[in-house]
Design a protein around this ligand. Structure first.
Ligand code: AMP
Length: 639
């Protein structure tokens, strides 16, 4: 059975529970006859389910490969409903004739044309379309720009088609500039520095930064002509004294003082500067960019109700992180500012409805955002405050071209914030491209600071010992313990969960093969204590904030040592301590040396077997032909 067939079965069975007589005015090219139970039930019910008694306008029959019908229907019928909603046409799946299936489209001519194109886009070969998407994303051409280029294509004296690319691109730039010129002006500076902060001597500022995880602050590139980097604030009042409602909201959270990144980021962002925050979840980075965003939204000269689109965009690499950001956003109520969270796998129509009702903040993953930009539901020209959260992870996940598309129409004077756990050259290039002389704040050393609140235990084991060790651990858990178990692969996570469940341990799993709703429910369950064991892949290694997580178990050691730091940083948070147990096998030898460094730095015990493993790897490296040993998990060490 192909993967779409199961989707169709789902949908057919739901619909067939509500059978009604066929519509009288259906017209078809003949292949639709109502003979097929499946085809007939589907078409009849899809109309009655939404209360449509008849279709106004024309109809057209198109034919698509039967193997692609599932793509049109989508899981549980979500896709077909989206297509109908988007195009205002109606779609009826007919019988399959051999390898092809007829689809009847009903509606006005333009609706039919639109839905036909959408179906074509959906059903073209996936690999080819992926390539095409990437090409158009990376060459940064929107459909409208392509048509601009066509204007500059002519047939020369030799009868050849030529395009004057220079003229075309100058023209496209001019059109874009004119579009930006028409936008209402924006204001970015809302900062009124507290007098006690303004007079802080430089040595005091330097000392504060040193004592606060040795925060490094600089402009990129250094620019002596630019305004001085503002001093950090030490209290919430110093940052928000002009915004009493914001202070009230912070008080409701009962925080005692700003976190280091907040102290330094709030003055920078309230001044309207672009900012790069090298910080990870748990540092208070979300609030660092969120509160200035609220003030930015409310402080624009054009009243909110007159703005044609949302003002703030927060891009996040994963659905989980996007949802977590929205949860944080929802905690702060300021002047009725509202938000929508848009990500793939959730009801697209609901997301479109929220946007069309008017929102101020869009929290999105890149894929779904582009989808809605292309369908003209979001016009990025109106965003004036943009956050790229966990930029390094977005790039690791291959979202670079998509980020470029998101920025295509964004006005050049927008304010931009980027957070990243690391600072590799790809992130630097991204900052170069979209930020204007940003202020760089690095609380990166908190990576290791977080590690200091975690007791790290490492056991060198054989692969086949892992299950027994895990079971022993779980049997000895206290009822108040909460554990996150990391596995390398989705199917290992699924197997471990099933095994534990068979042995009577309530647990949940979080990995890429699960539906979005199941993933959300799994997180919810561990957060609210319904279960106290969550088995996950690296989907959960960064950004996820599970309160009171007491233990992390690395059942499989991660491929990259950075991931180890992120994984164990899920525990020992918010002033609490935690325990991380890592099972290391001989296949993890490439990471042994780096792991030892982390353990030693945090004054943790280093097993002698781990040192031997690291020595063997070093020896292998130096004798290997190319000076490189086997790297990473899965390459068999030779001893
Ligand atoms: P984040 O790094 O944004 O994921 O935040 C991690 C957690 O820290 C969230 O649950 C925040 O509510 C909390 N938080 C944010 N700011 C503060 C603060 N100043 N003091 C204590 N907790 C905070």
């Amino acid at each position: 059975m192909s993967d779409w067939e199961s989707d169709c079965d789902d949908y057919y069975s739901t619909l067939s529970q509500n059978r009604t007589p066929p519509q009288q005015n259906f017209q078809s090219r003949g292949s639709y006859s109502g003979q097929s139970q499946r085809g007939g039930q589907y078409s009849r019910n899809i109309t009655t389910a939404r209360g449509r008694g008849y279709f106004r306008g024309n109809n057209k029959v198109i034919s698509i490969p039967s193997t692609k019908v599932g793509r049109v229907i989508g899981r549980g019928g979500l896709k077909i409903r989206d297509l109908e909603y988007e195009s205002e046409a109606r779609i009826k799946i007919g019988n399959s004739a051999g390898d092809n299936t007829d689809i009847t489209l009903f509606g006005t001519n333009s609706a039919i044309e639109k839905v036909e194109q959408m179906i074509k886009d959906l059903t073209i070969d996936k690999e080819a379309s992926k390539k095409q998407n990437l090409q158009s994303a990376s060459s940064a051409e929107t459909a409208s720009q392509v048509s601009v280029y066509e204007k500059f294509t002519y047939v020369n004296s030799e009868g050849k088609k030529v395009t004057d690319w220079a003229a075309a691109s100058a023209y496209a730039d001019q059109v874009q500039r004119e579009m930006w010129d028409k936008l209402p002006p924006i204001v970015k500076n809302f900062y009124n520095e507290d007098p006690t902060i303004a007079v802080m001597p430089p040595n005091e500022v330097a000392y504060w930064r040193l004592c606060n995880f040795d925060i490094k602050v600089t402009r990129i590139p250094e620019n002596w002509e630019a305004e001085a980097i503002p001093n950090p604030v030490l209290t919430f009042e110093q940052a928000f004294k002009d915004y009493p409602e914001i202070l009230d909201e912070i008080r409701k959270q009962q925080f005692t003082k700003p976190s280091p990144i907040q102290s330094q980021a709030w003055p920078v962002l309230l001044k309207g500067e672009d900012m790069i925050g090298i910080a990870q979840t748990g540092t208070g980075k979300t609030l660092a960019f969120l509160l200035p965003a609220l003030i930015h939204i409310e402080g624009q000269p054009t009243p909110r109700e007159k703005r044609p689109g949302p003002t703030v965009l927060i891009l996040a690499p994963t659905r989980e992180l996007a949802i977590q950001i929205q949860r944080e956003v929802n905690k702060y109520h300021y002047k009725g500012i509202n938000s929508v969270c848009i990500y793939g796998g959730a009801d697209r129509r609901e997301q479109i409805d929220s946007i069309s009702k008017g929102v101020d903040i869009v929290i999105a993953t890149p894929g779904r955002l582009i989808d809605l930009i292309k369908a003209n539901h979001i016009d990025t020209a109106h965003f004036s405050y943009i956050v790229l959260d966990e930029a390094d992870r977005m790039l690791d996940m291959g979202f670079g071209p998509q980020i470029n598309v998101c920025f295509l129409n964004v006005r050049p004077e927008h304010q931009c914030v980027m957070t990243s756990a690391t600072w590799p050259s790809a992130v630097r290039q991204l900052a170069d491209k979209y930020m204007h002389n940003p202020i760089y704040i690095n609380v990166g050393s908190m990576d290791l600071a977080a590690v200091h609140t975690v007791t790290q235990k490492v056991m060198v084991v054989m692969e086949e010992e892992k299950d027994t060790i895990l079971l022993d651990f779980i049997r000895n858990m206290d009822p108040t313990d909460k554990v996150l178990i990391f596995c390398a692969k989705k199917n290992t996570a699924a197997d471990v969960t099933a095994n534990l469940a068979c042995k009577g341990y309530y647990c949940e799993s979080l990995h890429g093969d699960r539906d979005q709703s199941d993933r959300e429910a799994a997180l919810e369950d561990i957060m609210n204590g319904t279960v106290n064991i969550l088995v996950a892949t690296d989907v959960a290694s960064r950004g996820i904030d599970i309160k009171d997580l007491t233990h992390v178990i690395n059942l499989d050691f991660p491929l990259k040592i950075e991931e180890y730091v992120h994984r164990i940083g899920r525990t020992g948070r918010a002033g609490k301590t935690g325990i991380a147990l890592s099972l290391v096998t001989k296949y993890d030898w490439a990471n042994a040396g780096e792991l030892i460094k982390i353990l030693e730095e945090a004054h943790q015990e280093v097993p002698s077997e781990l040192r031997e493993m690291a020595d063997r790897f070093e020896a292998k490296k130096s004798t290997s032909k190319h000076g490189r040993g086997g790297r990473g998990r899965g390459r068999r060490p030779q001893w």
